[in-house]
Design a protein around this ligand. Structure first.
Ligand code: OOG
Ligand code: NI
Length: 466
């Protein structure tokens, strides 16, 4: 009997979710279709260059999902399920203060952390947890009601959790068990047809539509599934010309002439979906909820903390200029101007200035014609053209864009009592909630870069300093 490796399970999980979500939200299938042709055209036009940030096979299959859970217990369970697919928690995102409307969640992203695993299939899921104990959003009475409602539901059945633990304990999972794991895991993220308690949902919605989406229903579901494109501006235009109206702008860095960094995303609101509501008098009726949408993204090079500081300063500078400029100025236009002034135009300079993460290859010709001392800095090797930078792709998310994504979904602001002190959450607290270390993304990128520098040093029999 055949067995499945972890990456094969992960690739199949992403595929099954994609089929399920396409049945639930048909506009997603259009998005995937357009994304695929954007990528094919981009590769046809740009050749090998197009694959610098990931092979076309990887990018075509690449998706991120988003789900939302209600408690620490549910978060720890979802971590067990994702571990079976080789997806581990990376990064901490606090969205409570990142947006003007009420978004009471903290989050992490489950993804592969190993270079080879990412190359095989980089499926990741942005996973938010309701900050149900934060008194700015929920008073004592509502906290108790929420805890009772969420405590009484079961998102992941014991069979799924046990199977997931078993999958983690073995190298490969026999076909039969793999099928069962995939079936249960996919079904656990399917939109439920259970009636929604109208009064309870509305009570939560008055505080936050996100809280209602999480705590007002009996299960969790994929909120969106996002394909990756190699040219997001092209995608944006093609979707518009198909009559699908996208949000006003592409979030994250602007389009510009230099290297793509971090992450650019855009989205459109999906249609309302029929759900059955149960009213206080016991009657049920069909109604609509509009909580899901389509999103697409383009990924660039991962920035170092210094690069990220520069990025944050550029964003702030673009905001400042936009506020002081004529009405016709656009955020993207102003940002492109700032980028041209501040950000290096080449990967080589990004690498030499330590602003982004790279692995390094050797240019034999440049090496042969130089006399390299026994100890030399990485910067000098890059500038001399001996160490040739290959970009490390950004595998994570941006809090500002994530907040924007949550927000673009909301029609109501919700409410927040700013006189209360918020519950404090950080990456360490998230680790103890999950019961496993939440990885720091920068540490992962740095390790990858360091390995490659060490390998180059060994090859050249020199020592390379920072
Ligand atoms: C998650 C929003 C974050 C992204 O791409 O930044 C996200 C959600 O809406 O649940 O998916
Ligand atoms: Ni997303």
């Amino acid at each position: 009997m055949r067995s499945l490796k972890t990456w094969e399970l992960r690739a199949e999980f992403a595929k099954r979710l994609s089929t399920m979500y396409g049945n639930e939200v048909p506009a997603y299938n259009d998005l995937v279709e357009v994304s695929t042709s954007v990528n094919e055209d981009y590769v046809a036009k740009n050749g090998a260059e197009a694959e610098r940030l990931g092979s076309i096979a990887r990018v075509t299959a690449e998706r991120h999902g988003a789900i939302r859970v209600g408690s620490a217990e549910e978060m720890s369970q979802v971590a067990r399920v994702f571990a079976a697919f080789g997806m581990f928690p990376v990064g901490f995102y606090d969205l409570r203060d990142a947006s003007s409307s009420s978004v009471p969640v903290v989050a992490t992203a489950f993804r592969p952390i190993d270079e080879q695993e990412l190359a095989k299939n980089p499926f990741r899921v942005f996973t938010s947890m309701l900050a149900a104990e934060d008194p700015r959003f929920f008073d004592a009475e509502l906290q108790a009601e929420l805890a009772a409602f969420i405590g009484a539901r079961e998102l992941f059945c014991p069979e799924l959790l046990e199977l997931a633990d078993y999958a983690v304990s073995v190298d490969e999972l026999p076909q039969e068990r793999a099928d069962r794991l995939l079936e249960l895991a996919t079904a656990s993220l399917e939109l439920s047809s259970d009636p929604v308690d109208y009064q309870w949902y509305k009570k939560l919605e008055a505080i936050s539509a996100v809280a209602a989406d999480i705590g007002g229903v009996s299960s969790t579901h994929i909120n969106h599934l996002t394909p990756r494109v190699l040219d997001i501006d092209d995608l944006y235009e093609r979707m518009q010309s198909r009559g699908i109206s996208m949000i006003d702008e592409i979030q994250g860095p602007p389009r510009w002439d230099g290297p793509d960094v971090l992450l650019r995303q855009t989205s459109f609101r999906a249609l309302g979906e029929n759900r059955v509501f149960r009213y206080a008098d016991g009657t049920t009726n069909e109604g609509q909820l509009r909580v899901r949408f389509g999103e697409v993204e383009a990924r660039g090079i991962a920035l170092t903390p210094a690069g990220r500081d520069l990025y944050d300063r550029m964003v702030a500078e673009a905001e400042r200029r936009l506020a002081n400029s004529a009405n016709s100025a656009t955020r993207a236009g102003v940002a492109a101007e700032v980028w041209a002034e501040e950000l290096p135009q080449t990967e080589q300079e990004l690498a030499a200035r330590g602003l982004a993460f790279f692995t390094f290859g050797l240019d034999e010709t440049a090496h042969a014609s130089a006399s390299v001392p026994e100890t030399i800095s990485l910067r000098e090797l890059i500038t001399a053209g001996i160490a040739v930078p290959q970009p490390i792709v950004y595998e994570d998310f941006l809090p500002r864009s994530a907040a924007g994504i949550f927000q673009s979904n909301l029609t109501e602001e919700g409410s927040k009592d700013e006189s209360q002190t918020g519950t404090s959450y950080d990456i360490n607290r998230m680790s103890s909630i999950i019961g496993a270390e939440v990885h720091d993304p920068n540490t992962l990128y740095q390790k990858q870069q360091d390995h490659s520098v060490a390998a180059l040093a060994e090859l050249l029999k020199i020592s390379i300093t920072h």
